[in-house]
Design a protein around this ligand. Structure first.
Ligand code: NAP
Length: 259
């Protein structure tokens, strides 16, 4: 299926690895030129070159912390106006409800709520003016069903979700579609770090930790970045303009909800 976005430009944040990379690759496969970002320059340049070589698209790579005002400024300056925005950043650290102080919440809100909001505020006016735009925010399954040890994520991402619900409905008439993708567990470095925590805490092997987690997922496996990227590319396509302000779970059925 041709998604009809060949020649468009996308900014994909936090995309040298993991889910962001999956989104960048799927868009590049559709002929979308990219601005990619991550904090470490080496892996970012490597991924950018691999994508240029594989798909023949233009890739600008900007090493910066997307959650800092300075880093965001650098990325936005290099990107200029884009047609497609994929927001992403690292997730907050785990802990329990009594562990966090104001500063911890401010950090989580900055990274996982205020950063995507700032990026949308920068890109939406141009998208509305040109009468076409797509925004996909990578959030988490924690928005639909709280994850006990990820209270900072539960909180910050819920705030972003509320902002998107209201904003998406105000910009849709200008041809701009904003939606959120809610990953459950995917086979990325984040999954390895979560499994490492379980393996240490329960004195079991990494393989046992993974099997234990897989048993809780109806699909009995972790998601792949290719599957995630394909869903993102569809939400950025010519066919997604009637999907507005939605929260789409990609979790193998792990979140036990009806809607
Ligand atoms: P990952 O494999 O650890 O990849 C993270 C990517 O983001 C890397 O390219 C990293 O590069 C970049 N990055 C991290 N912080 C950044 C920052 N402040 N500024 C710019 N780039 C940054 O993570 P992932 O699994 O793809 O997860 C992506 C997001 O989805 C996270 O917010 C995570 O919490 C959420 N999520 C993931 C899962 C899962 O199972 N994977 C499930 C639910 C939610 P640098 O380190 O070089 O910056």
């Amino acid at each position: 299926m041709d998604l009809g976005i060949k020649g468009k430009r996308a900014l994909v944040c936090a995309s040298s690895k993991g889910l962001g990379r999956g989104c960048a690759e799927a868009l590049a496969a559709e002929g979308v030129n990219l601005v990619m970002n991550a904090r470490s320059d080496g892996p970012l340049q490597e991924t950018a070159q691999a994508i240029r070589d594989a798909y023949g698209v233009e890739v600008t790579a900007v090493a910066a912390d997307i959650t800092s005002e300075e880093g965001r400024g650098k990325v936005l300056e290099a990107a200029g106006q884009v047609d497609i925005l994929v927001t992403n950043a690292g997730g907050p650290p785990p802990g329990l409800w009594k562990d966090w102080d104001r500063e911890d919440f401010i950090k989580a809100l900055d990274a996982n709520m205020l950063t995507p909001i700032a990026l949308m505020k920068a890109m939406l006016p141009g998208m509305m003016e040109q009468g076409w735009g797509r925004v996909v925010n990578i959030t988490s399954q924690s928005v639909k069903g709280p994850i006990a040890v990820l209270g900072l994520s539960n909180s910050a991402r819920a705030g972003l979700t509320g902002y998107v619900a209201g904003t998406a409905r105000q910009v849709a008439e200008k041809g701009v579609a904003i939606n959120n993708l809610l990953p459950g567990i995917h086979a990325t470095d984040r999954a390895i770090s979560l499994d490492t925590g379980v393996s240490k805490a329960q004195s079991i092997t990494m393989d046992e930790a993974r099997k234990q987690r897989e048993a809780t997922i109806p699909a009995r496996r972790y998601g792949t970045i290719e599957e995630f990227g394909a869903a993102c590319a569809f939400l950025c396509s010519q066919y997604s303009g009637f999907i507005i302000g939605q929260n789409i779970l990609l979790d193998g059925g792990a979140t036990n909800v009806t809607i």
